[in-house]
Design a protein around this ligand. Structure first.
Ligand code: SF4
Length: 315
């Protein structure tokens, strides 16, 4: 892994129709998951996405500038003498009524914010410090137990505005998980981290996606994820299938399938032969191949274990 420090021109991205914002201090991801859609050409990432990580060192400053521009002040930042010491315009900011808060999602984009580069440069912590200073709620999604290094900060944010940490968990069997997510924390490490977060009062959830056809969407795997989620005190779970965008992402994934599951390769090729630009599988082929609907199955198993099921499919 090589980490390159760069300065970004902008970092904050807004969701259409929402005041919530997304940002990510990294481009590239050393976790190098076989199914990662960050590799798709449509994201305009660099080609050595899995080994060369760009760290946007001015991310905390850009977030601060954005919040300051909206009229917010760093109300939680320690005073160092006078108000002017810690914030030149804080006096003005504090006198004015603050605008309404919104959620800051520091997982915006397609790169894990607690990937190993974070241990080297600590940018996600610095961004989260700004979130705390400005007293906002936070959401983040990761596959790495490294997030626990910032538990102190998450607890402070949670006490004031709310903090939610979600982990992606796709494969209960760690032998399989290592094939598809070679450099991320193991599945059991993720459940342990979720448990530690839950015990510290942080809201937690699981993204069980993608549930890989014939590998991760089996009853045994979904049951294994639900059991782990229950044991870790996870509040909610969301499940979905695999999308494979034509080009780099699909080619890289099918290479791994060909290497480790050659018997499944023709089925995958048929499922994704429609070359959908968003990577959606051919529904007719999925039915013909006898595949279960991943979100219906997720809902059924979550209900069995009494875990709240979230769905963007309305089911
Ligand atoms: S953790 Fe996410 S961003 Fe990183 S390689 Fe895996 S799928 Fe891609």
């Amino acid at each position: 892994m090589r980490v390159e420090q760069i300065r970004a021109k902008s970092i904050v991205r807004k969701e259409k129709g929402s005041r919530d914002i997304h940002l990510n201090p990294y481009q590239g991801c050393f976790h190098d998951c076989a199914y990662c859609d960050g590799k798709a050409e449509s994201y305009n990432m660099h080609e050595d996405f899995g080994t060369r990580i760009l760290a946007k060192t001015n991310s905390p400053n850009l977030l601060e500038k954005y919040l300051r521009g909206l009229g917010f002040a760093p109300v939680n930042r320690p005073r160092t003498g006078t108000l002017a010491d810690y914030s030149p315009d804080a006096k003005v900011g504090l006198k004015k009524a603050m605008p309404a808060k919104f959620l800051i999602n520091i997982s915006g984009g397609v790169c894990d914010v607690y990937q190993p580069a974070e241990a080297e440069v600590g940018l996600s912590r610095k961004v989260m410090q700004v979130v705390y200073d400005y007293d906002f709620p936070v959401f983040l999604l990761t596959k790495n137990k490294l997030v626990l290094k910032d538990l102190d900060l998450l607890v402070k944010i949670n006490r004031s505005q709310g903090a939610t940490v979600a982990f992606t968990v796709t494969l209960a069997d760690e032998r399989l998980q290592k094939i598809f997510e070679p450099n991320a924390s193991t599945t059991s490490e993720r459940f342990d981290a979720l448990k530690a977060l839950h015990e510290a009062g942080i809201h937690t959830g699981i993204w069980a996606l993608p549930l890989l056809p014939w590998i991760g969407d089996t009853d045994g795997n979904v049951e294994g994820i639900m059991k782990g989620a229950k044991g870790a005190g996870v509040e909610w779970i969301i499940c979905d299938g695999l999308t494979l965008k034509p080009g780099r992402q699909k080619d890289a994934f099918l290479r791994v399938i060909g290497q480790h599951f050659p018997e499944l390769l023709p089925k995958y090729q048929r499922m994704y032969s429609n070359e959908d630009r968003y990577g959606a599988p051919d529904v007719g082929a999925a039915r013909a191949l006898g595949l279960d609907n991943p979100w219906s199955k997720g809902k059924r198993f979550a209900g069995k274990h009494g875990i709240e099921y979230k769905s963007w499919h309305g089911g």
